[in-house]
Write a protein that binds this ligand. Structure first.
Ligand SMILES: [Zn+2]
Ligand SMILES: [Zn+2]
Length: 336
């Protein structure tokens, strides 16, 4: 089968590799669509992870089911998340492998869905393999993972309807965060980003204020918009020193800063700014697939405006270049 394989820094080649073999506890999915993720780009930009087959945001059809798997049938349209515990760490030894500290992830250590077929180990219905309700398209199915991350982070923040929340960084996670906040009824969502296409998308997602951080001082405008109080909660989706500093600056006393974006460099920061305002910094890494599916099914979240480009699998190298450089790109999907 064809798969997109990482050869080195910004070097992806599409080649023939053996089809995956279904393990007794696994399933095989024929991939229909797979998104290029910002986390993939972190690896793609560096000379590491040779041999990686990316792809953890995907949808497709079940074509083979391992003999030990129950309740999953061939032909079912699904999205899934794949991981394999190490079997050696403290948690694995205790029989709590779901807490494994050295989990291998599908799309990184395990071959991902930028291929014609993908094998999902330890397949369990409703745990890591999720049937798509008929209202959901394959585009929706491949969008469940990023939406689930936005939902997970915001659910941890537990914003109230009358609060003011800022979303800093308007990549896909930031844009879905706006949709989730609005779905939860949060009255005021203030946002800041850079690329024009994403600023437009933020408006369409329901943001009450969209700041072009390339031209304007986002922190200053947000402070003015809140009568110099600052916001109750910041969803920091950009993962940069500058946006971290901004987030701490615009959080009001007793507020929360949710760290969602992945930082490529260590931060320099002065803790006094956090303790003087009694801020809570919360790290967010996780997803909630059932809630994301529910949001798409109800129409409260929409994947449609987020997907800007489709590339056939043969053009995976171009897809990665576009996700990295094309100012119009929001979410790019690969079609095997
Ligand atoms: Zn992702
Ligand atoms: Zn382990």
């Amino acid at each position: 089968m064809k798969a997109a394989v990482l050869y080195g820094e910004k070097d992806i080649k599409v080649q023939d590799i053996p089809e995956p073999v279904c393990e007794p506890h696994g399933v095989i999915i024929k991939v229909k669509l797979c998104g290029v993720c910002g986390s993939d780009l972190h690896v793609y930009k560096r000379d590491e992870g040779k041999g990686t087959i990316f792809g953890h945001e995907f949808s497709g059809d079940i074509v083979e089911v391992g003999s030990a798997v129950q309740g999953i049938t061939p032909g079912t349209r699904v999205t899934a998340v794949g991981f394999s515990p190490c079997g050696k760490c403290y948690w694995c030894q205790k029989g709590k492998s779901h807490r494994c500290s050295d989990m291998a992830l599908l799309g990184y250590q395990l071959p991902g869905a930028m291929a014609e077929y993908v094998h999902v180990p330890f397949a369990a219905l409703g745990r890591n393999v999720f049937p798509l309700p008929e209202e959901l398209t394959y585009e929706d199915g491949a969008s469940v993972e990023p939406l689930s991350i936005s939902y997970f982070s915001i659910n941890r923040a537990q914003p109230k309807e009358d609060e003011v929340v800022a979303v800093i960084g308007l990549g896909v996670i930031g844009l879905y965060s706006i949709q989730v906040l609005k779905a939860m009824g949060v009255a005021k969502v203030l946002t800041s980003g850079r690329r024009p296409s994403r600023l437009d998308a933020a408006k369409n997602c329901g943001a009450d204020l969209v700041i072009d951080a390339a031209k304007e001082d986002a922190a200053k405008i947000i402070m003015e918009a809140t009568g110099n109080l600052g916001v109750n909660t910041v969803i920091e989706c950009a993962g940069k020193q500058e946006t971290f500093d901004q987030s701490v600056a615009i959080a009001r006393g007793g507020g929360k800063v949710m760290l969602v974006g992945v930082y490529e460099e260590p931060l320099k920061w002065d803790p006094i700014s956090v303790l003087a305002k009694n801020l809570t910094l919360i790290g967010c890494l996780g997803g909630n697939f059932p809630s994301a599916i529910e949001l798409l099914k109800s129409g409260k979240a929409k994947a449609k405006g987020m997907i800007t480009h489709f590339f056939p699998l043969e053009e995976a190298p171009q897809a990665f270049k576009a996700q990295l450089q094309d100012p119009q790109a929001i979410k790019i999907m690969i079609k095997p």
